[in-house]
Design a protein around this ligand. Sequence first.
Ligand SMILES: [Fe+2]
Length: 300
Amino acid sequence: MARWRSSLLIFAVVLAASACAQAPRPTPPRSPMAAASRADASFRFAAYGDTRDQHDIHRDIVAKVMGSHPALVLQTGDLVHDGDDESQWQTFDEITGKMRQEIPYYPARGNHDVSAQGFYEQRVTQPVLSGNKLYYSFEKGNVHFIALDTEDKDKLAPKSAQREWLEADLAKAQSEGKFIIPFFHKAIFSIGPHAVDKNVVALRPILHPLFQKHGVRLAFLGHDHLYYRTVRDGITYVITGGGGAPLYDPVHRELAIAGDVFKKTHHFCIADVYPDRVTVTVYRPDLSKLDQFTVPVGGK
Ligand SMILES: [Fe+2]
């Protein structure tokens, strides 16, 4: 009887071991950001904006941005809610510090970032080609990035310092055959609550014709807390205002045109730059895909 019991025990152990060996191994979670082929990508960059208030969402987006391993990060403004409140900048540093240490981080100043105490300027730390800490340009590969300051006291009026600098910078980049990507806070085309603000609308007849003249094909904007993509006269404008600020409804849908894409959701953009195109994929924080589009480099 004892021998019979012993055989039964051995049989059970062997059966259990065999079952373990055949059990499917747990597979690591698959990141949609890693699924895209990047073999011929020149480089990748991230863009997002309006981080402001909801720190957990901002923190989550920063983790997802870092997980996508971009060569650089653009922030389209409103890093914090109250630019005069130093404690908010400390929270911002706590959330973004590691990313900003590891990945070049380029912000554009938003209306909420303005402070006489220079807290925003202290966080513009990357070397730039030209300009200053409020408006500047830099290059990576064949791309010429331009950060604009839409809080400029002269409002980019003719002969203002930023306007003169911008016109010269655009002309130089165009003459060198660069793919020019401006990024700035106040969205000159929008369907959100700020779409009809006087100080936003006034920038459109200044910036849009300049971008047309100098062959701009893609720009990243903020200020309205939603996602919006529109193509105006061959220029793709992307509002990426979903980095953590309270979300806005697209209340001015009457301003949308055919082909527009918009969504009230937190999100971030990942752009892969290839020799002949830029492909932008937009993700919600849970990594579900919100949008994807391609802009040809140099073509019409
Ligand atoms: Fe704003």
